[in-house]
Design a protein around this ligand. Structure first.
Ligand code: PEP
Length: 263
């Protein structure tokens, strides 16, 4: 079973920094055996093509975009489309991150359209879902994230659904203002997300203050198929460290769950 470990760099890194990271990542991978672990990196749009050039079809690392519009082209100033990010080398598109929902007016409907656009062009949608602190405090985490997922994935065929990755990223756990979740807090939401989608999608990932000291425990939560990382992977050494932890943890995991697709 694939264990996904990826990082979005958000609005960070110059072209030179992005290229250096990619080159050092490949060098680091030369020295490692990652087994079932599938790395992916998501640079800012400005660096996609340059990073693709460094990866040069290497195949060990998937490349993603942080966002893409639902239309293929047109009068959408400032946006980039799925065909454009694919042209720049992206194989995956992050969709519906809570920062985009909060600051760029993304709705369940635009997220749904973007997921459909990614699938239409053969890219892997990485759908982000996650609840704010007040929803968690009210005990409604699972209902909230399931509603986000249901709305984003509405109308997809089983085959389309099987190409989707879902990242559960509680808003209270991500970024500078976040606090690391206790594994116990995540078991319920993952049980519910896993019950609804675990066997039907390509993987369920966890994101939010992932770090070397909690990565292994997080990967041990039932239905967690991978990690989506911000700050702890912005330096390539940090990312390689997390890949090592994931490879070690994956080596001790039981084989694929019955009915769960392997990749
Ligand atoms: C994120 O913002 O999606 C994220 C996972 O960030 P961090 O790992 O820095 O909490």
């Amino acid at each position: 079973m694939t264990v996904w470990v990826g990082t979005s760099w958000k609005m960070n890194k110059s072209l030179a920094e992005a290229k250096r990271y990619a080159a050092e990542l490949l060098e680091g991978l030369d020295q490692r055996e990652l087994g079932a672990v599938q790395p992916f990196i998501i640079p800012p749009a400005t660096a996609l093509s340059a990073v693709a050039g460094v990866l040069d079809g290497d195949g060990r690392v998937l490349l993603g975009a942080q966002n893409a519009h639902w239309e293929d082209s047109g009068a959408w100033t400032g946006e980039v489309s799925v065909p454009q990010v694919a042209d720049a080398g992206a194989q995956l598109v992050e969709i519906g991150h809570s920062e985009r929902r909060a600051h760029f007016a993304e709705t369940d409907e635009t997220v749904r359209r973007k997921v459909a656009a990614a699938l239409r062009h053969g890219l892997t949608p990485l759908l982000c879902v996650g609840e704010p602190a007040d929803v968690k405090d009210a005990g409604r985490s699972s209902g909230f994230i399931l509603q986000q997922a249901d709305r984003a994935l509405d109308g997809l065929s089983p085959e389309q659904l099987s190409r989707v990755l879902i990242a559960y990223e509680p808003i209270w756990a991500i970024g500078e203002a976040g606090r690391a979740a206790d594994a116990e807090e995540l078991r319920g939401p993952f049980a519910d997300l896993g019950g609804a989608y675990g066997d039907r999608v390509a993987g369920l990932l966890y994101g939010g203050s992932v770090a070397p000291d909690n990565a292994s425990e997080l990967l041990g939560i039932p239905h967690v198929d991978g990690l989506f990382v911000g700050r702890a992977a912005w330096q390539v050494e940090g990312y390689l460290h997390l890949l090592d932890i994931a490879a070690e943890t994956a080596g001790t995991r039981s084989p694929a769950r019955p009915g769960h697709s392997s990749h």
